[in-house]
Design a protein around this ligand. Structure first.
Ligand code: RIB
Ligand code: CA
Length: 349
């Protein structure tokens, strides 16, 4: 007990306005419809939650998935690439090209999350080999070519470290105008998950994230604040299995691996499907509520390295001459999110 506060009850503490309650605002991200599917490239480090994000994209007629590119993160980039090929094969989408990107950060040491996702990147799940192979041109060149060839701007959903996106902007600056939106999973207004300051995708390559947030390209930051509301549990994995599709069985197995780990680590009974929220935001226009923030990335080498410093307070922004450079995810309806995933995987092979 301290000063009359029961430290088990954080409610009283969180009632203190340590968070500026930014005004919810209309989304700036585009979204697809069945009549006008949104062209989309996913850049990913598959990854347990990446696998569900890719499945959601494959099952959504509101999206036209042009490619999946890979980056080192949850696991070694070669494993991520093989996982991407095998997941797309399992989802019946051998038509979607895969290309391999950066193995690690622009600068500094390589960061991995194999303790979370397993050495394979997909827990203990065994997927059938795919008949396809990665495109030899590599991730950045493939994205640049698809942007150049597309008759309309293309959305990109980076759901791993942002290294490939930073390299794209540096190597193909003229293609930036063909990117309609970056709907990225990463960052946090509040605490991180990899460190108390930083979320994994950002701290894995803070310099790349800095390039992206300074780029001027419209961004939605789907951070931990909203993804920690996007929780699946054993009831959800049972619902996935009940659909009877092999893809849903794979999603259930991957999610149960994360649930088992969370139960072992902390006794938690849920797991956040972070990456799928970034894709869901491009499919369902009113699922995620966002607010405008100026987001800056800490690229120093101190304890705050990789922190996304988010400021949504109008008077401060005006005082400092800054304007918001991202929509930041604030709220999601967990039940709708769960049903969206179960319905999507029921439509896959
Ligand atoms: O912090 C969550 C992010 O890190 C997700 O993209 C997950 O796949 C891991 O890469
Ligand atoms: Ca990821």
């Amino acid at each position: 007990m301290s000063a009359g506060h029961n430290v088990e009850d954080w409610g009283a503490v969180h009632a203190i306005p340590t968070y500026h309650k930014a005004p919810a605002s209309p989304r700036t991200a585009p979204f697809g419809t069945r009549e006008r599917p949104l062209p989309l490239i996913i850049d990913s480090d598959p990854g347990l939650d990446d696998a569900l994000a890719i499945g959601l994209a494959c099952a959504s007629p509101e999206l036209r998935l042009l490619a999946v590119t890979t980056v080192g993160g949850n696991a070694d980039v070669h494993r991520c690439t093989e996982n991407a090929l095998r997941l797309l094969h399992a989802y019946g989408r051998d038509d979607v090209p895969v290309a391999e990107g950066a193995a690690g950060a622009l600068l500094g040491s390589v960061v991995r999350a194999t303790e979370v996702h397993g050495e394979s990147g997909i827990g203990n799940t065994q997927l059938d080999p795919a008949p396809t192979t990665p495109r030899p041109e590599g991730a950045v060149a493939l994205i640049a070519r698809l942007l150049a060839e597309s008759p309309e701007p293309v959305a990109i959903a980076p759901i791993g470290p942002l290294t490939n996106i930073a390299l794209l902007l540096r190597e193909y600056p003229r293609q930036a105008s063909k990117i309609s939106h970056l709907c990225l999973m990463g960052g946090s207004i509040g605490e991180g998950n990899t460190t108390s300051s930083a979320e994994f995708n950002i701290v894995a390559d803070p310099d790349a994230a800095d390039v992206v947030f300074r780029s001027g390209i419209p961004i939605t930051m789907i951070g931990l604040d909203v993804t920690h509301q996007a929780l699946l549990d054993r009831e959800a994995t049972a619902s996935l299995r009940a659909t009877g599709t092999r893809s849903a069985g794979i999603a259930a197995e991957l999610t149960d691996f994360a649930l088992d780990r969370n139960r072992e680590w902390s006794g938690a009974t849920t797991t956040a499907i972070h990456d799928a929220v970034a894709v869901a935001h491009l499919v369902v226009p009113d699922l995620v509520a966002v607010a405008p923030y100026h987001v800056a990335v800490d690229t120093t080498h101190g304890p705050a390295r990789g922190r996304t410093v988010c400021d949504g307070l109008p008077y401060r922004l005006q005082r400092d001459g800054r304007t918001p450079n991202a929509d930041v995810g604030i709220v999601i309806d967990r039940g709708r999110f769960t049903r969206l995933l179960v319905d999507a995987f029921s439509r896959l092979p």
